[in-house]
Design a protein around this ligand. Sequence first.
Ligand code: GTP
Ligand code: MG
Length: 348
Amino acid sequence: MVVDTTLTIILIVAAVLVVGGGAFYTLRRRTQAQLKARSEASIEAPTARKRPEAATTSLADRLSKTRSSLGGRLRDAFGSTDNDLYEGLEEALIAADLGVATSTRIVDRVRASNPDTPDAARSALRNELLATLEGQDRSIRRINTPAVIVVVGVNGVGKTTTIAKLAARLREEGTDSILGAADTFRAAADTQLRTWADRVGVEIITAAPGSDPASVAHDAYHAAKTRKKGAVIVDTAGRLHSKTNLMAELTKIVRILEREAGSIDEVLLVLDATTGQNGLAQTKQFTDAVGVTGIVLTKMDGTAKGGIAIGVEQELGVPVKFIGVGEGVDDLVRFEPAAFVDALLAES
Ligand SMILES: Nc1nc2c(ncn2[C@@H]2O[C@H](COP(=O)(O)OP(=O)(O)OP(=O)(O)O)[C@@H](O)[C@H]2O)c(=O)[nH]1
Ligand SMILES: [Mg+2]
C-alpha cells in the first residue's frame, strides 16, 4: 500500500515535471522568439527610415562593372606567385584607373608586407587601399546659414542631376534648400533644373537666358537667407564660348557669394567617372580657378574604371565626397572608404 502510494506520487511528480517542463520550454522559446523579433525590429527601424538609396548594401551591385573587371584581374594575380603576383596587382589597379603612381605605391607596400598566402596579400591590399583614402574630411561643410554650395564641372558630367540628388538628400536630413540656376548660357538649363526642383520639392531661382550668372547666384543666396533655408545650391554652366570665359564666370560667381555670405561652404567639382584619367586633365583649371573643396564622381555605375575615385583624390588632393551610381534622385552615395574598397574587392 505504502509502495503503491509512493509509486503514484512519483508518477504524478514525473508527469508534472514532463508537462511543466514542456510548457516552460515552449514558453521560453516563444519569449526568445519575441525578444529576437523585438531586437531585430529595433535594429531594422532606423535602417528602414533611411533613404532607399544604394547605400552600403547594394553598393557592390552598383559598382558591378568595376567589381567584376577588377575582381577578375585580382583573382588571377592572387593565383600567381612572387613577381607575377605583384605585376598582376599593379596591372589590375592601373586598369581600374587608380593611376600609375598610386598603383605602384600601393603594390610596393603590399610587397613590403611580405604576404605569405593569397589571403594575406588580399588583406594587405585592402589595408593599403584604405590607408590611401585615410584622413580626408568627407563631410559637407555647413558653417554658414544658408550653407553655400557651388557645383562646377565640364558640360554633361552630371552637375544638374547631382544638385537634385543633393537637395533631396539634404531634405531628408531636415535641411531645406533653394537652387540657383546660374547656368544661363545653355538654353533650357533652367527648365531642366526646375523639373528636378519640382520633383524634389525645393524652390528655385532662375533668370532670363543670357543674364548674369553671378547675379542669379546672388539672388538665390538672398532668397535662401530671407526664407531661412538651410542651404543654397548653385548650378553653373559647363561650357561657354571659351574655357577662359567659363573660368572667369565661375570665379565671379564664387567671389560674389563669398562677399555676400562671408565664405563659401563647398565648391563641389563634378567629374564623370567614365572619362577616367582623361577627364582629370580638364579639372586642373577648375581647381586652380575656384578652389574646389570636394569631388563628386558621377556615373560610377557605368564604368569598369571606378578606381578613379582613389586616383582622382591622390592626383588632386581633394576629397571625394559623393559618388553617383545612377540617374535616379536617390542614386547619390556618400563616399565611405571601407564600403567602397569592400565593394571593389568583393569578387577578388
Ligand atoms: N548612369 C548615370 N548617369 C548619370 C549620373 N549622373 C548624371 N547622369 C546622367 O548624365 C547626363 C548629364 O547629366 P546633367 O546633370 O544634365 O549634366 P550637367 O553637368 O548638368 O550637363 P550640362 O549642364 O550640359 O553641363 C544625364 O543623362 C544624367 O541622367 C550617374 O551617376 N549615373
Ligand atoms: Mg546642367
